[in-house]
Design a protein around this ligand. Sequence first.
Ligand code: ADP
Ligand code: MG
Length: 453
Amino acid sequence: MEKESLWNKCLVYFKERIPEQAYQTWFDGIAISTLTSEEIVLQVPNQFHYEWLESKYRHLIDAAIKDVFDKPLIVNYSVVVSHKKPNEIPSLVQKENVIPPGYQEKTQLNSRYLFDNFIEGKGNQLAKAASYSVAERPGQTPFNPLLIYSITGLGKTHLLQAIGNFCIRRYPSMRVQYLTSEKFMLDFIKAIQENKSTEFAGAYRGVDMLLLDDVQFFQKKEQTQEQFFHLFNELYQQGKQIVLTTDRPPNELTGLKDRLISRFQSGLMVDIQPPDLETRIAILSKKAHDDHLEIPFEIIEYIASHIKRNVRELEGTMVRLLARSSLYRKDITMELAREVLEEILGREAFIGVTIDHVIKSTSKEWKVSERQLVGKGRKMEIAMARQIAMYLSRELTGASLFNIGLHLGGRDHSTVIHACKTVEKKMSNDNELKKRILRLKNELQPVGGISTY
Ligand code: ADP
Ligand code: MG
């Protein structure tokens, strides 16, 4: 059978198993470029698309291949380098660029995490510098163990993997092992079940560098901690480098044995703080560049100034923007970016002011209780304050007329429109009232407009 029709069978397999929208976004345009008895090469529009398939759909792709070809195949990807949309590229100008799968089974290292693509900023400078020194001179700095901690999504795993990737390149004979704490525990449990705990203990003792991610996972797992404690001591005594990450400072790791915590504290502890605006912009720009994506700077700046908590969210926002753009075949514009941001942050949070805020301040200013304001009472002062609240909500919150009506007395949208007109008219006739409303409006409005947290 031709490779295309075999691949079409795979596509049907995907289509039957994932939501239509996901299928359209991630599989619809994917063509097969090479098929041998061992390997299949898929054509993807950019690096980002490939990473997404690898991280989210790899199991599904493997399952489809097994189903259609009756055996597993090595999956590779080729990126079509072009600035046009994938479905418009004539096959003659395609330039292929095969990406080896980034993930190495034995060391558990993924070659996409490098020092080179880790953007440095105030919040992570120290962590990066420390990581770099232990990578250069493993086991020979005072930073043993090195412990990196931060809330989620700030680059701990990235740095840990970067250390490993650096070392296997510079010191090819070095045995580097990356491992999540969860895997450590699961392997340990399995070993106990199979009566192989001695082998388990032996397996990790032979490594030259142990990179253990998310140690908070050991909380309350006493047996696992015990195992790890011995492993730690043994490696440490042999001068092997140990690098750990946790999601909080070690002294806040409740449910972890004191002696383990004091081991963690015996080397260097560094934290990572959320990136500032410039760093966020740099991270997004670099990501866009590495993925061969052309995203206007103003859009990158726009996303970076709204998504502040962590880098994963920042990347997630861009993923969504790209998915949206490819799904609807729309260009990446400010408008599209705004839509996506509103979805992520919630329309009201995004605009900054909520109907609730408006209700609170209007109630205070016009000395009408909040209950009266959101109720149905028609007494003149109440009805008037309610109209003002409707007006301010429309001006400030970006909420729909329907929602405004719903929150303020359960009215329909035409009542809200009427209220806004009435207030505007009154404002143009009554200077005092106008001043009062505008003052409230200014108080409610966040400085500089949209940013909220
Ligand atoms: P953590 O382990 O702290 O939860 P990760 O290392 O998984 O966070 O980082 C989340 C995502 O953000 C990853 O895709 C990572 O590559 C990216 N990232 C985090 N910090 C940076 C940075 N400073 N420069 C570039 N990418 C970063
Ligand atoms: Mg992590």
